[in-house]
Design a protein around this ligand. Structure first.
Ligand code: FAD
Ligand code: MLT
Ligand code: ZN
Length: 480
């Protein structure tokens, strides 16, 4: 893919970066390492990683990356860009899956990687305050030492940043237990395009004094400002964690297992994840590992419980296992005996994204649809398979969130046309969402109308214009 295939043109209202601009950024940041300058010198190799997305699907053409260390520096950068009408892409860990974190043309990349300080933690309330660029896994490891857990977990934890997680309103693997960042994020510090520092780094759980403006930044995908600080309510880490892995004969059985898990494990259930047989074949092929279950099944589920009393949890889990096996809801299953086995079982779920990437590329659809039809979309999308390497379904069963993936050797317009808008129409008919947790970016923005009414899109555009009248923040994405 190149920008040519985006079918869009560079907005001529944006200025082109000059040598004076670069000089100005260097003077703001006061440190040469904070500016990767491809304007006055050849820095193509150094800049490549910032221009290319995780999926190898989108590639931008920036010549300038700025890496501020403080909120004040972000403010000065944005104020200058706004005055000069220089377009900007905020970038966190660059693990996003909708092409939102890389430039399309020559937008400046504002990378948060150097804003990586844990600011404070209160071990009674569990409230953590961090810079926007703190890596999720770093925050979670820090919390583990204090007996707490970050309320979000996902496969890209080693590279994604909390600012990026908040900007995408990431859902992840334990959403069923800890809920949305819209609830867990208590406060945000952000910089608006004109340089204003929005200082709403509240640590309050309850605060009904006017509009809750921070919510606009949660899932705003960097289109109205840069998130520089986040305060988040973190739960205590459970000391009894168990993971079971099941093979099941049909999607009806998966639904029964889910219903039983909610009934019998309700208060300790922390994840209920779905994987189809094809997804496991991809992981098997790439890792060469032996699958935890002997037989082959069309569906697999990973169930995690997290509780405070190991004995109670064990009792509940055993009764549940006896029931689902006895009733033949589950065909086969295994229970992790220690932390190493827990990690190994999770790898069969978390490793799917990377395994699919080895194929060459993947058309990714991240959808919310009613649970009873969740897998039907995968079956009915096999029409796009002739030129692909398969059709794969997995996802967050607990949240009615399916990941339909079509791995291919090479991205091609032909395959894309076989799948789109077919998949989006299918979702619209069920009043679903074309993006459950990954966002819109440049991959899905054209299709927002399949999930949102004209009235809603109109209101969103008003908000965008209010916060970013020059349109410099992450252009060509989200709302077009
Ligand atoms: P980036 O990719 O750098 O940016 C994402 C978007 O946010 C861009 O639009 C960017 O402009 C904007 N942005 C980034 N930082 C800021 C900031 N500080 N201020 C303002 N805007 C900003 N997502 C899920 O929801 N659930 C999952 O389970 C999940 N699993 C994943 C597993 C793998 C292996 C991979 C590669 C990705 C996965 N993702 C998942 C997608 C991705 O990890 C998330 O969207 C993540 O939240 C992005 O964080 P990031 O720091 O990498 O952001
Ligand atoms: C996941 O649930 O594994 C992530 O959202 C990434 C993906 O969709 O592949
Ligand atoms: Zn997911």
């Amino acid at each position: 893919y190149t920008t040519d295939s985006y079918d869009i043109e560079r907005n001529p209202a944006f200025a082109e970066i000059s040598a004076e601009d670069v000089q100005h950024f260097k003077s703001i940041l006061g440190d040469d390492a904070a500016v990767i300058d491809g304007v006055t010198q050849d820095a193509t190799d150094d800049i490549e990683a910032y221009n290319k997305d995780w999926m190898n699907k989108y590639r931008g053409h920036t010549k300038l990356v700025v890496r501020p260390k403080s909120t004040e520096e972000v403010s000065q950068i944005l104020k200058y860009c706004n005055e000069r009408k220089l377009a900007v892409v905020p970038q966190g860990g660059n693990s996003g899956l909708v092409g939102g974190s890389v430039p399309v043309f020559d937008e400046i990349v504002l990378n948060l990687g150097r804003m990586n300080k844990i600011r404070s933690f209160d071990d009674v309330s569990g409230i953590l305050v961090v810079d926007g660029g703190v890596i999720l896994e770093v925050a979670d490891n820090y919390l583990a030492e204090q007996g707490y857990i970050f309320p979000l977990d996902l496969g890209a934890k080693g590279s994604c940043q909390i600012g990026g997680n908040v900007a995408t309103n990431a859902g992840g693997l334990r959403f069923l237990r800890y809920g949305s960042l819209h609830g867990n994020v208590l406060g945000i510090e952000a910089v608006l395009p004109d340089g204003t520092i929005l200082d709403d780094l509240s640590k309050l759980k309850k605060n009904n004094t006017g509009y809750d403006i921070k919510q606009l930044f949660i899932g705003g995908e960097g289109t109205i400002g840069v998130i520089t600080g986040v305060s988040v309510a973190c739960p205590r880490r459970s000391n009894a964690v168990n993971v079971a892995f099941f093979g099941l004969e049909s999607f009806e059985k998966v639904q029964q297992a889910f219903k039983e898990a909610k009934g019998q494990l309700g208060e300790i259930l922390s994840a209920f994840e779905l994987m189809d047989g094809t997804s496991q074949d991809f992981v098997k092929k790439v890792t060469g590992n032996k699958h935890p279950l002997e037989g082959e099944y069309p569906f697999y589920c990973l169930i995690e419980t997290s509780g405070s009393n190991a004995e109670h949890d064990q009792e509940k889990l055993e009764a549940f296992l006896e029931h689902v096996m006895g009733e033949e809801i589950v065909a086969d299953g295994t229970l992790a005996q220690d932390d190493t086995q827990i990690k190994a079982l999770w790898a069969w779920r978390e490793g799917i994204t990377e395994a699919l990437g080895h194929a060459g590329g993947t058309y990714k659809y991240d959808v919310s649809i009613p649970l009873n039809e969740l897998y039907k979309l995968v079956e009915e999308s096999e029409r796009g398979e002739s030129k692909a390497l398969g059709v794969v379904g997995y996802g967050h069963m607990g949240d009615s969130n399916l990941h339909l993936n079509v791995p291919v050797k090479k991205y091609s317009k032909e395959i894309e046309k076989a799948l789109e808008p077919y998949v989006y129409e299918w979702i619209q008919k069920r009043s679903g969402s074309i993006s459950a947790e990954h966002g819109l970016g440049i991959a899905k923005n054209k299709f927002i109308g399949y999930s949102r009414s004209d009235t809603m899109i109109g209101l969103m555009k008003q908000i965008k214009n209010l916060y970013d009248p020059n349109g410099i923040m992450n252009p060509y994405k989200y709302l077009t």
